[in-house]
Design a protein around this ligand. Structure first.
Ligand code: AMP
Length: 503
């Protein structure tokens, strides 16, 4: 009897004396010790009454222990449910109510506030701190370190990850052992990960990027990870010389580019920089190559599907695109019930072993987005060129319809972004009394620069049809982003919502 995900990712670590995890303070954890930790935590979960199929909700700081808890949950046949550490107790209440976990692992500092919520939702509360210590590790220490993983097949659930839910309530994406493993295998192969790789891991582990793409690929290929609590520029710069690969969100790259210490000398030895979770501006891609001689590899994925497309390892890594579908992943771009032609915009749909099992306890939402024949409607608008490269132009929900015309925000943003003094821009549709929606542009200025709006408007007029022109502009110091570096357009719509309707 085997446990597909555990046996492949964690099982091989047993007894290996090699380093697995490096921490910022210089501590190292061997593969064998990490495996032992995982087994002890699995034993501790069993003593808490966790049974196969139960959910284990986890809202804790990133640590090797927290990663081991993922392995432990999979080992006992339960479903790992990581929660963003920024969620408030009210938000946590929703997740516990929706997912009904048997156990909820929380930060000791928040335990007092979360206790009544855990009780209300009949979840047993245990604690784990940033250093891994707490009630759960105390229980784990009492365990023998011998644990036989519960049998699980590819179809069994390994995790539920809640979508970020910028519109409406978050939905729990159910991910099976096969979903996770198949994607890790494809990515490891495509991106040529080996046991020689040292991955700089500065992403959170409550999200698909840091938890699955980064950790699963590294565990699968026997490499090492430099495990940082988050993106701290000083720590990252100090770690770069010791790493061979990094997976990051675009803000990692813009922040590195802002620092003169990012040079060819610092990263010349690097094998691969990967970006995803939010669009990497073509300029960032180009600036990074100019500075370091290395081309960032951009890929595209989402909570529900793991990764879908990637730029090639050997071929051309095309700036501004997310590359081609991964081996085994089918991708089509649809509008009005049919596939669009080359360079036409439509909604991306994907199908393959990577695509999730549906939304937890939300059969209607599942039916809306996951077709009976396996195609998942991603809600991302994109085009595909003659060479098969996919370019994402925005989320369908961000499409602006003004006076009956469709405006794709990215098209306007691209014109704005190239303008001197503009670091980046976000274009949104706001309620407008005449046009239904009016195009509105938020411009983030480059440090110390003024933006000449008259000249911006002239450039827009030269490049874009009139209906696409922003009817109003605002200049800000920075765009609002979430932890994964995604621009929060919903927040901008909220802040500036009455621009065209007031008075
Ligand atoms: P999440 O489920 O939080 O991982 O968010 C998934 C969404 O992030 C996708 O549906 C896309 O809208 C966006 N996304 C992910 N990777 C990229 C990328 N490389 N370029 C543009 N958007 C991306």
């Amino acid at each position: 009897m085997s446990n597909l995900l555990f046996d492949t990712l964690f099982g091989p670590l047993a007894g290996q004396s090699r380093d697995l995890i490096h921490l910022a303070d210089g501590r190292r954890i061997s593969a064998a010790d990490f495996f032992d930790l995982t087994s002890r935590l699995a034993g501790a979960l069993v003593t808490l009454g966790v049974e196969p199929g139960d959910r284990v909700a986890v809202q804790v700081a990133k640590s090797p222990e927290a990663l081991a808890l993922y392995g432990a949950t999979v080992a006992v046949g339960a479903v790992f449910l990581p929660l963003n550490t920024a969620y408030t107790p009210t938000e946590v209440d929703y997740f516990l109510g929706n997912a009904t976990p048997r156990v909820f692992v929380a930060d000791p500092a928040k335990a007092e506030a979360l206790k009544p919520i855990a009780e209300q939702n009949r979840a047993q509360l245990v604690t784990m701190g940033a250093d891994g210590a707490g009630g759960l590790m105390d229980k784990a220490k009492d365990q023998s370190g011998q644990f036989t993983p519960v049998a699980r097949t590819g179809r069994d659930l390994a995790a539920i990850l809640y979508t970020s839910g910028t519109t409406g309530r978050s939905k729990g994406a159910m991910l099976s052992h096969e979903n996770l493993l198949s994607n890790a295998q494809v990515l490891a192969d495509l991106w040529r990960f080996t046991d020689q790789d040292v991955l700089l891991h500065a992403l959170p582990i409550f999200h698909t990027h840091g938890l699955f793409v980064a950790s699963n690929v590294s565990l699968l290929t026997g490499g090492q990870m430099i495990f940082l609590p988050g993106f701290d520029l000083e720590q990252v710069i100090a770690a770069l010389p010791k790493a061979t690969t990094m997976m990051g969100v675009p803000t990692f790259y813009t922040r590195l580019l802002d620092d003169p210490r990012l040079t060819r000398d610092l990263v010349g030895h690097f094998r691969l920089f990967i970006s995803g979770s939010a669009p990497l501006l073509a300029e960032t891609h180009i600036a990074f190559e100019e500075r370091t001689g290395l081309r960032i590899l951009e890929r595209y994925g989402m909570t529900e599907t793991n990764m879908n497309t990637s730029n090639p390892y050997d071929g051309e890594r095309r700036a501004g695109t997310v590359g081609r579908p991964l081996p085994g992943v089918e991708l089509r771009i649809m509008a009005e019930g049919r596939e669009v032609g080359q360079n036409e915009v439509g909604v991306i749909e994907v199908r393959g072993p990577n695509v999730f099992q549906g939304y937890w306890q939300m059969p209607e939402k599942t039916r809306e987005e996951l077709r009976d024949d396996g195609w998942f409607i991603t809600g991302d608008l994109a085009t595909r060129d003659a060479d098969g490269y996919v370019t994402i132009v925005g989320r369908a929900k961000d499409l602006i319809i003004t006076g009956g015309f469709n405006v794709y925000p990215k098209e306007v943003e691209e014109v704005l972004d190239t303008f001197p003094g503009i670091l980046e821009s976000a274009v949104v549709g706001l309620p407008h009394p005449d046009f239904g929606e009016g195009v509105f542009a938020v411009l983030a200025r480059q440090k110390g620069c003024e933006i000449d709006l008259t000249a911006v408007k002239a450039a827009v007029a030269e490049n874009l049809a009139k209906y696409k022109h922003p009817k109003s502009y605002v200049v800000v110091d920075a765009l609002p982003r979430n932890t994964m570096g995604k621009v929060q357009k919903a927040e901008l719509r909220k802040t500036f919502g009455d621009t065209f309707t007031q008075g």
